[in-house]
Design a protein around this ligand. Structure first.
Ligand SMILES: Nc1nc2c(ncn2[C@@H]2O[C@H](COP(=O)(O)OP(=O)(O)OP(=O)(O)O)[C@@H](O)[C@H]2O)c(=O)[nH]1
Ligand SMILES: [Mg+2]
Length: 691
C-alpha cells in the first residue's frame, strides 16, 4: 500500500454496545471500496475484522482490529473495537488514537450500557462524536425512537441527522442525504431523486441541519441569515467544525444497515468529510525529561517522532506485533527508534499496515498514520516510540483496577513450567490484565475485567500450548491468637547410634499489629542459648502454613521460658522440632481465630436499582456506610468481607444489566465470626510436615 500524507489520512474508531453491528459495517465498507469481492458475515466466521481464532469461535470481537480503507485518494484507518465492556482496555486505547469516534447504535435497542461507556471515554479524550443508527432493517427498528433514546441519555448534546431513512424494518431501502437532497439506494455512489412523499420531512430535517452547520462559524451564520440557506460544501465544513467543537456538542447522525449494505456508502463519505485530518488536530504529550512539560503539539512529519503503541498481539507464527499511531514525525523502514517509556533502543524492520490479519507492507509512514511492526524487544502496549535525542511520552489512558480474579491450576508439569512466560506475554499486551504468585494463598492468581476477559485469556494460553484450569481463588485469611497459653513438648528419637533430644516450654501471646516476635525468658541455663535460633526456626516453619486452617499466622509472640537438653543427643534439629510442636500446641490453646480482609466498596448504580443492590448487600455481611445521589445515579459506600464479594462483578452485572460499576480497596483485617470460621476450619485438610 502506498504511503499517504498527513492531510490524506482519517483515523476513525467504531465503538458501541456489544453486537450493535460494528464488524459488519466494516465488512460493508471494505466491500464498497473494492478491498474485498464478497461480504463476509460474523455468523459465517469469515469477516476481515473478526479474524482471531477466538473471535471466530465466539462470534464477537475481542480486540481492536485495524482495517485501512482506501477511498478517493484518502486512507481511512478504521479501528473496529469490541463492544463487550470486559474489553474496555482496548476500547480506551482505540479512542485515544482516533481523530473521530463513530458510535454505532442499534435501531431497535437504542442506547445501551456499551454505548454509555464508549461515550464517556470519547468525552474524556475530547473526541468528536458521530452516531450511526444501525440495523435499520431489523424488525421494530425505529429511527425517531432511537434519536429520542440518545437525547434522553446524553441531554447535553444536540443530535442532528445528516441522513434520514427511506422506509424501515424489512422495508428499509435507502437513505436521503440532506446535504445534497438526493437518495442513495444501492451500495455504490449512484444518487437518485427523492421519493416525493419524503419531500416535506426532508425539508424540515434539512433546515435543522443547516442551522447546526452555521453555528460554529460567524461567516456561515451571516450567510444563512442573508440567503436563508448554505451550499452543500458550506454545510459539510460547518458540520465538521461543529462536531469538533467541544462547546457546541453537535453530533451528526447517520443511518445504516451493515449486513444489507444500505446507507454505508454515504457513511464512508462521511468519514472523509466530517472527520478532520490529523494535520488539523493537536495532541497532548509530556517531555520525557526532568521538566515533564505538558504540551499540545501539531502533527507533522518534520516534528520529533512520537508514536503511541495502542495494541500488541502475540501471534504463534509471526511473534509479537506492535500496532502504533504516529502523532508526529514519520517512520522509515529499517531504522532504529527509541522507546521513551522504557528508555530502550528498538529496530523497526518490515513496517506494514494490517487489514484484519493480512499484513500489507508499506514503504514508510507519515505523521498521523497507523502502522504495525513485528518483533520489538522491549515495547509494550501503552508505550511511546520517539527519537533518542528528543524523547517524548504520550500520556497513556488510566485503567480501572481489575475486579475479577481466578486461581490458575496448570493441568500438567509442562503447563506449570511454561505458564509464567505466556502469562507475562499476555499481560504485557493488555494493561487491564495482571498475574501474580500469591504467597499468602499459595496460588497463581490472574486478574482481569470480567469472566469473558479471563475466559479469552485462558483460551489464548491454550493456543500457545499452556492448559490451565481455573477456580475461585482462596480468600487470604490469616490466623492469630487472642489469649496467652503455654505448652511443653519433648522430642526424643533413638535411631541406632546417636539420638535426638530436645524439650521446649513455650508461651504464645497476642502481638496485635506488630507481626511475629521471638523471645527467651529461660533462667538458669536450662537450655543453652545456642539453641534459641533453632527453636525460633522451628516456630517460623509453621508461620507460613498455619495451625488451625492452613493460613499464614500473624501478630503473635513466641516466648520460650524453659526446657531441657541432653549433653550428647541435643542438637539443632531436635530443638527445631520441639519448638515447632510446642508452638502448635500452645497456639491451639491460645483461643486462635481467623482474620479476614474487609474491603471498602463504592458501588455506582442507577437510582432505580438501588433497592435491589442494598437488599443483596444485606445478605453478604456488608455494612452500608453511606449513599449519595447525583444525576439519577446512586453511589453506595459499604464495608464488606472480601470472602462474600469474590464474584460480586457477576452478581452486580446480572442485577443491573451491566449498568452498575464498583471499586474496592482493602481496609483492614477483622476476626471472622465464629460460625463462619467453623466452616472454613472444617474444610481445611492439614498437610503433613516431614521432619
Ligand atoms: N439485521 C441486521 N443484523 C445485523 C446488522 N449488523 C449486524 N447484524 C448482526 O448482528 C450481529 C452482531 O454483528 P457484529 O457486526 O458482530 O456486531 P459488533 O458490534 O461488531 O459486535 P461486537 O464486536 O461483539 O461488539 C451479527 O449476528 C450480525 O449479523 C444489520 O445492519 N442488520
Ligand atoms: Mg465486532
Amino acid at each position: 500500500m502506498k504511503a499517504y500524507t498527513t492531510d490524506k489520512l482519517r483515523n476513525v474508531v467504531l465503538v458501541g454496545h456489544q453486537g450493535s453491528g460494528k464488524t459488519s459495517l466494516v465488512e460493508a465498507l471494505l466491500y464498497n471500496t473494492g478491498a474485498i469481492s464478497r461480504m463476509g458475515r460474523v455468523e459465517e466466521k469469515n469477516t476481515v475484522s473478526d479474524w482471531d481464532d477466538e473471535e471466530r469461535e465466539r462470534g464477537i470481537s475481542l480486540s481492536t482490529s485495524l482495517t485501512p480503507i482506501e477511498f478517493n485518494d484518502l486512507k481511512i484507518n478504521l479501528l473496529d473495537t469490541p463492544g463487550y465492556t470486559d474489553f474496555q482496555g482496548d476500547i480506551k486505547h482505540a479512542i485515544r488514537v482516533a481523530d473521530s469516534v463513530f458510535v454505532v447504535v442499534d435501531a431497535v435497542s437504542g442506547v445501551e450500557v456499551g454505548t454509555e461507556l464508549a461515550w464517556q471515554y470519547a468525552e474524556v479524550y475530547q473526541q468528536p462524536i458521530i452516531v450511526t443508527i444501525n440495523k435499520m432493517d431489523r424488525e421494530n427498528a425505529d429511527f425517531e425512537a432511537t434519536l429520542d433514546s440518545l437525547r434522553a441519555a446524553f441531554p447535553d448534546y444536540k443530535f442532528v441527522p445528516v441522513m434520514i431513512p427511506i422506509g424501515a424494518e424489512s422495508d428499509f431501502k435507502g437513505v436521503v442525504n440532506l446535504v445534497t437532497m438526493k437518495a442513495y439506494y444501492g451500495t455504490g455512489s449512484e444518487r437518485a431523486d427523492l421519493p416525493p412523499e419524503m419531500q416535506d420531512a426532508a425539508d424540515a430535517a434539512r433546515t435543522i441541519l443547516i442551522e447546526a452547520a452555521a453555528e460554529p462559524d460567524d461567516k456561515l451564520i451571516e450567510k444563512y441569515f442573508a440567503e436563508g440557506t448554505l451550499t452543500p460544501d458550506e454545510i459539510r465544513d460547518g458540520m465538521r467544525l461543529a462536531a469538533r467543537d467541544n462547546k457546541l456538542k453537535t453530533v451528526p447522525v447517520f443511518v445504516t444497515s451493515g449486513t444489507k449494505n444500505i446507507g454505508t456508502f454515504p457513511l464512508l463519505e462521511a468519514m472523509t468529510v466530517y472527520v478532520s485530518p490529523p494535520s488539523e488536530r493537536r495532541f497532548q504529550t509530556v517531555l520525557a525529561d526532568e521538566k515533564r512539560e505538558y504540551r499540545l503539539r501539531p502533527q507533522s512529519d518534520d516534528k520529533p517522532l512520537a508514536a503511541f503503541v495502542f495494541k500488541t498481539s502475540n501471534d504463534r507464527f509471526v511473534g509479537t506485533l506492535s500496532y502504533f499511531r504516529i502523532f508526529s514525525g514519520h517512520v522509515e523502514n529499517d531504522h532504529r527508534y527509541w522507546n521513551a517509556t522504557h528508555s530502550a533502543d528498538e529496530r523497526f524492520s518490515g513496517i506494514m499496515t494490517m487489514r484484519g490479519k493480512e499484513q500489507i507492507p508499506v514503504p514508510h509512514l507519515h505523521a498521523g498514520d497507523m502502522g504495525v511492526v513485528a518483533k520489538l524487544a522491549h515495547t509494550k502496549t501503552g508505550d511511546t516510540i520517539s527519537s533518542k535525542d528528543q524523547p517524548i511520552i504520550i500520556l497513556r489512558p488510566d485503567f480501572p483496577e481489575p475486579l475479577y480474579q481466578v486461581a490458575l491450576l496448570p493441568k500438567t508439569q509442562n503447563d506449570t513450567a511454561k505458564m509464567g512466560t505466556i502469562l507475562t506475554q499476555l499481560c504485557d499486551a493488555d494493561p487491564t490484565l495482571r498475574w501474580r504468585q500469591d504467597a499468602d494463598i499459595k496460588q497463581t492468581v490472574l486478574e482481569g475485567m470480567g469472566e469473558a476477559h479471563i475466559g479469552v485469556t485462558i483460551s489464548r494460553a491454550a493456543r500457545f500450548g499452556v492448559n490451565l484450569d481455573i477456580d475461585v481463588p482462596r480468600v487470604p485469611y490469616k490466623e492469630t491468637v487472642t489469649a496467652k497459653a503455654q505448652a511443653t513438648y519433648r522430642h526424643r528419637k533413638q535411631t541406632g547410634g546417636s539420638g535426638q533430644f530436645g524439650e521446649v516450654s513455650l508461651r504464645v501471646e497476642p502481638n496485635t499489629g506488630s507481626g511475629y516476635e521471638f523471645r527467651s525468658e529461660v533462667f538458669g541455663g536450662a537450655i543453652s542459648s545456642s539453641y534459641y535460633p533453632s527453636i525460633d526456626k522451628g516456630v517460623q516453619s509453621v508461620l507460613g502454613i498455619g495451625v488451625i486452617a492452613g493460613y499464614p499466622i500473624v501478630d503473635v509472640t513466641a516466648v520460650v521460658y524453659d526446657g531441657k537438653e541432653h549433653p550428647v543427643d541435643s542438637k539443632d534439629i531436635a530443638f527445631q522440632i520441639a519448638g515447632r510442636e510446642a508452638f502448635k500446641e500452645a497456639f491451639h490453646a491460645a483461643k486462635p481465630v481467623l482474620l479476614e480482609p474487609i474491603i471498602e466498596m463504592k458501588i455506582v448504580v442507577p437510582e432505580s436499582m438501588m433497592g435491589d443492590v442494598l437488599g443483596d448487600l444485606n445478605t453478604r455481611r456488608a455494612r452500608v456506610q453511606g449513599m449519595d445521589s447525583t444525576a439519577n445515579r446512586t453511589t453506595i459506600t459499604a464495608e464488606a468481607p472480601l470472602a462474600e464479594m469474590m464474584r460480586y462483578g457477576n452478581i452486580l452485572r446480572s442485577m443491573t444489566g451491566g449498568r452498575g460499576i464498583y471499586t474496592t480497596t482493602l481496609l483492614r483485617y477483622d476476626v471472622v465470626p465464629a460460625h463462619v470460621a467453623q466452616g472454613i476450619i472444617a474444610a481445611h485438610k492439614p498437610v503433613a510436615v516431614a521432619d
